[in-house]
Ligand binder design. Structure first.
Ligand SMILES: NC(=O)c1ccc[n+]([C@@H]2O[C@H](COP(=O)([O-])OP(=O)(O)OC[C@H]3O[C@@H](n4cnc5c(N)ncnc54)[C@H](OP(=O)(O)O)[C@@H]3O)[C@@H](O)[C@H]2O)c1
Length: 334
């Protein structure tokens, strides 16, 4: 048993009010789980929603937010493929709801959702790597898949899965057009590799996408946004194109029209990164680690908060800036 601190909400509500830094204890990990000394924690909208009581799988408090972490392994169960002392990045555990998250001194990490941190990668980058890139890989490598030379349109390009998809598409040899909603986010998409950027706030923005493809249309759409934005984007899809349905950041899934799909010869592909076998996850992580090691991809980091600013970090997710939001352990926590 090891003792430490963890951010926890004993009731649902405004993160500024309900999140408290509490004492906690961690036992030796069960099979399939590692115990990690946390260096940094990647957060996203689900952390805000679960604290507010708007996330279905966390039906009742207490809430322990923090989806993914980087850190050092301090305890492994018998038969684990990992060793004590290794630097790892991975997704924290779900129990009845999402419990024992990563905004803490220690965290349990799912062994099959965990990989060793490549030597040059910072703790902050590692903390925000796994969910975004596992999602982008599931869509662009395993489900669509994208081939070199294809034109890929990425909605929500400055968001955590969209930004990972920009980098991964470039690593696959694609030409990338990124869509975002502000100048700051458009510039961010360019800095992480987008060849063209288009604001969905501009009237007739799909024409700008078509212009960027010299009128040929896009071969693939990566859609974590849904709703009216995704519907408008469909007009830019070339014949035999594919749209990867990833999420609904707009609040609404894309509504597909079967007749339009038939007449224009395009396909829609559903993508759920949590729906792959352990072997498929292991292959995906090996592929992603190799890309990090040769410098082809790295976490598109956004705001980095200190551990004692965790409440502010969670609140910031209601209007996130560009890139992945991370909370790092302050020096007093190390
Ligand atoms: N299928 C899977 O395996 C999987 C895995 C991870 C996440 N997801 C889902 O994917 C979605 C996005 O997740 P994320 O982590 O990437 O979220 P995120 O980091 O919050 O990014 C979402 C992006 O969507 C953009 N956006 C929001 N409303 C929009 C609209 N109406 N039109 C155009 N763009 C809009 C925002 O940018 P602007 O400010 O530019 O609007 C934001 O950058 C969520 O629904 C999540 O549940 C699915």
């Amino acid at each position: 048993m090891i003792k430490g601190r963890a951010w926890r909400a004993d009731e649902f509500g405004d993160p500024m009010e309900v999140l408290q830094l509490c004492g906690d204890e961690w036992e030796n990990p069960d099979e399939g789980t590692l115990l990690v000394k946390v260096e940094a924690c990647g957060i996203g909208l689900p952390d805000l929603f679960m604290t507010q009581g708007r996330y279905p799988i966390v039906a009742s408090p207490p809430v322990h937010p923090g989806q993914e972490v980087s850190g050092r392994v301090i305890s492994v169960p018998p038969g684990s493929a990992f060793r004590v002392g290794e630097r790892v990045m991975g997704i924290t555990i779900y129990g009845s709801g999402w419990w024992r998250g990563g905004l803490a001194d220690y965290a349990f990490v799912q062994e099959r959702k965990c990989l060793r941190i490549p030597a040059e990668m910072s703790d902050e980058a590692a903390a925000g790597f796994v969910i975004g890139f596992r999602t982008a890989h599931a869509a662009l490598v395993e489900r669509v898949p994208v081939t070199a030379g294809e034109r890929v349109l990425i909605l929500g390009g400055a968001g955590s899965s969209g930004a990972a998809a920009i980098q991964l598409s470039k690593a696959l040899g694609a030409e990338v057009i990124a869509v975002a909603g502000s100048d700051e986010k458009l510039r961010f998409c360019e800095t992480i590799g987008a060849d063209h950027v288009v604001s969905y706030g501009e009237e007739g923005w799909p024409d700008a996408v078509a212009g960027a493809t010299r009128g040929r249309g896009v071969d693939v759409i990566f859609d974590p946004v849904g709703g009216a934005t995704a519907l408008a984007a469909l007009a830019t899809l070339a014949t035999r194109g594919r749209i990867a349905l990833v999420g609904f950041a707009s609040g609404e899934w894309l509504k597909l029209d079967a007749q339009d799909m038939v007449l224009r010869n395009y396909s829609a592909v559903g993508v759920f990164s949590g729906g792959f076998s352990a072997n498929e996850d292991a292959r995906a992580f090996a592929d992603l680690a190799e890309m990090v090691e040769r410098g082809a991809i790295n976490t598109p980091l956004g705001s980095v908060f200190e551990f004692d600013q965790t409440r502010e970090a969670i609140c910031s997710l209601s209007r996130p800036g560009p890139g992945k939001t991370v909370v790092r352990m302050s020096s007093e926590g190390k």
